[in-house]
Design a protein around this ligand. Structure first.
Ligand code: ADP
Ligand code: MG
Length: 699
């Protein structure tokens, strides 16, 4: 057999056929290299066995005991449940298994073994849900060892992944090192193959931290190095799209005079800054940073109008179809109502082939002058006629490469990036080094500050009554849950975690039928998501039960309540983003953060963390505070949505690494280090680009 290579498709790996490759594709793994870089989200270890009597708190436990009875089998909420008792002489444990009727035969009264799973309290019973059954040998082998938890798709089991990983692990040695030995030694960094190995097969958490440090370092390093290298090109790129400031202003005024509100000072200032850029003769490269609800969209539209008015084309890219569709709808309405010269089109992945063809023709011949879309805008081979301005909305989900691809379609266009991600100043300086930044640091007047509350689950009934009251007044509400379906996350105590599917079902029982409830989550098809958002935006749906898909940029001013279940599961910055979905209209808005721990008190730390949200609506302050509160061990589970989005590194928790990287790189450049030349080659080689996917910042 020919030797396996990093770039080989996963089907070349022993034991993976066409069919089983599907589950790898579903997880975004296509090549051997992709598999090696598909990292665990977290790690668990089998806890040491405890006597049942000593289980006094919720959490993962292992128990050695005897099965007491033949299991009872029944159905509840569409699930088959097997229920039985286990005793170890110190106490009794109730065990529930969901949707595993085939286990019935194995549950023999008198059988003794280890049970390991999430424990909670139901009445007087200690309940263990969905435990693993282990023999003595298995227990001894697994106890204390770490097992990785991958961001699993249903079909791709840990076992399957780990088996494939064992096959390909030696190939990690083929990934070339780009860092000089003295940096590796000086920073205490592992080699790349070692880091990859330890991410997948660690013995201790120390292994994981060391591995992660190396990989985070790489992401930052390659990212910043690319920025530096591009900066070494001509300082400013000449643009053939030059729009005299007066013309640009006159164009924007067509829009502004019609708006039902007065622009804030910050919006006006930003628009002026953009107009200066457009008239400068050089390509604009501007980041507009403004908290959620600060009104960035209209600023972007004003910029697009200046370009379109002069006969050129503009493109607006959004990270999700929902958001793209919303922008498209807004721009269509404005064009019609205000008589603006936009001829927009929406190009997303779910547009039908025939329609796509028509749109592409329109873009090529200039009939369409404002294209709005998602990644499809770049992925599809779209020929533009005279693309003068590219706007990317909400967080830097478009990588450098993607942006370059778009730029290639036009001719060095102006670039405007809009972001609500609050980045502390120190980090911002490193990350945005070469970007011009406009800050929209002012919220529209007449906005009532959002009222916040942080409670535990015992308040839920009251919160529901509150929601019903607001709905009866004509308003709408979001309820956010962390998961799509029960059991989404293996190996964790998922019992107590709210999931949208079940949650919405229960809510339908509790709320009167006229209070329409819809569900939104990331696993739905884009077209379905759009329908749901459309119904919510039109007011047809009153309550939207959703995962964090709504987090980014969605604008439904009539929604005034945001209720977040299991708020402890989210990072502060992310919660702040969620909160930004309300408080967008003239009505008083409310945000209710509910901690998932219903039984005991909310942990003190969670309480403290969430209190910050209740105390301030200032995104920058929250980001800074978040950074202060979180220690280096906090990176799992609490990933900030704050972008730039790196796969492993997190600009908040790894702020220190980021600073080190910046320093090392600066030294290298100052010394005109030969490594920089190697790096340049490596960075622009296709393989390396794939190795680390640059979800970068605009360059
Ligand atoms: P974001 O900055 O989060 O993208 P949007 O652009 O979506 O915010 O604006 C949020 C809401 O505020 C929209 O409904 C928009 O029409 C409205 N809006 C924008 N600017 C103003 C303003 N100066 N005064 C009042 N409302 C505004
Ligand atoms: Mg927005």
């Amino acid at each position: 057999m020919a030797l396996l290579q990093l770039s080989d498709p996963v089907t070349k790996i022993k034991g993976i056929g066409e069919k089983s490759a599907e589950s790898f594709y579903a997880a975004g793994i296509y090549t051997v290299n992709g598999l090696l870089h598909y990292f665990p989200r977290n790690y668990t270890s089998l806890p040491e066995a405890t006597p049942i009597r000593e289980i006094t708190k919720e959490g993962k436990r292992t128990v050695y005991g005897k099965i007491m009875n033949t299991p009872a089998m029944f159905s509840s909420r569409g699930k088959t449940i097997l229920s039985f008792f286990v005793s170890d002489g110190t106490g009794r444990l109730k065990v529930n298994l969901f949707n595993m009727p085939y286990m019935r035969k194995q549950i023999q009264p008198g059988r003794e073994c280890y049970f390991s799973g999430a424990c909670s309290f139901k009445g007087t019973d200690v309940l263990m849900s969905q435990p693993k059954f282990l023999s003595k040998e298995q227990y001894e082998a697994e106890c204390g060892a770490l097992s990785p938890v991958y961001p699993l798709r249903k079909e791709l089991s840990n076992t399957k992944l780990q088996k494939a990983l064992k096959e390909v692990l030696p190939l990690a040695g083929d990934i070339s090192e780009y860092l000089p030995p003295e940096v590796l030694a000086g920073e205490g960094l592992l080699s790349i193959p070692e880091a990859i190995r330890l991410m997948h097969f660690p013995k201790t958490m120390e292994d994981v931290y060391a591995a992660r440090k190396r990989l985070a370092f790489d992401e930052f390093f390659l990212f910043l190095a690319r920025m530096e290298l591009l900066k070494q090109g001509p300082d400013k790129i000449a643009s053939r799209y030059i729009y005299p400031e007066n013309d640009a202003r006159a164009a924007a005024d067509q829009l502004i005079t019609h708006l039902p509100y007065e622009l804030t000072g910050a919006q006006k200032r930003t628009i002026t800054e953009i107009q200066k850029d457009l008239s400068s003769g050089y390509c604009m490269n501007r980041l507009v940073q403004g908290d959620v609800g600060s009104g960035k969209t209209v600023v972007a539209f004003a910029a697009a109008l200046a370009v379109v008015n002069a006969g050129a084309q503009a493109a607006l890219m959004a990270p999700t179809e929902v958001l793209a569709a919303q922008h498209y709808k807004d721009i269509c309405k404005m064009s019609e109502d205000y008589g603006l010269p936009f001829r927009p089109a929406l190009l997303t992945g779910s547009v039908k082939a025939s329609e796509k063809k028509r749109i592409k023709e329109g873009i090529a011949n200039g009939e369409i002058n404002f294209m709005i879309g998602t990644q499809a805008l770049i992925q599809e081979d779209v020929e533009t006629q005279n693309l003068a301005l590219i706007i990317t909305d909400e967080q830097h989900r478009f990588g450098v490469r993607q942006r370059m691809e778009l730029a290639r379609k036009g001719c060095a266009p102006h670039v405007l990036v809009m972001s609500a991600t609050p980045i502390p100043r120190t980090l911002g300086l490193i990350l945005y080094g070469d970007l011009d930044v406009s800050l929209i640091d002012e919220l529209p007047a007449k906005r009532l500050p959002i009222k916040n509350t942080v409670v535990d689950g015992s308040y839920r009934t009251k919160l529901y009554q509150f929601i019903l009251k607001r709905v009866s007044e004509g308003r709408q509400a979001y309820i956010i849950c962390p998961m799509v379906e029960a059991g989404d996350e293996e190996c964790e105590a998922t019992e107590g975690l709210a999931n949208v599917t079940d949650y919405a079902e229960e809510l339908k029982q509790k709320f009167p039928p006229e209070v329409t409830i819809d569900v939104l989550h990331g696993r739905m098809k884009p077209a379905e998501k759009n329908d749901v958002m459309q119904r919510f935006a039109s007011g047809e749906t009153k309550v939207l039960v959703s995962t964090t898909v709504v987090e980014v940029g969605v604008n439904v001013p009539n929604a005034t309540v945001m209720m977040v279940e299991n708020a402890e599961r989210f990072g502060l910055a992310q919660l702040h983003q969620l909160r930004g979905r309300v408080g967008r209209g003239e009505w008083q808005s409310y945000c209710m953060f509910v901690s998932g721990n219903e039984e005991g008190e909310m942990s003190k730390r969670t309480q403290e963390r969430l209190k910050i949200l209740a105390e301030t609506n200032d995104g920058f302050k929250i980001a800074e505070e978040d950074l202060k509160q979180r220690g280096p061990g906090d990176f799992f589970g609490l990933r900030q949505s704050g972008l730039p989005y790196f796969k492993i590194a997190d600009i908040y928790t790894d702020a220190e690494v980021l600073k080190r990287v910046k320093q090392i790189l600066t030294d290298m450049i100052r010394d005109n280090n030969e490594h920089l030349a190697n790096l340049k080659q490596a960075l622009f080689a296709k393989e390396e680009m794939d190795y680390i996917d640059f979800h970068g910042i605009c360059l």
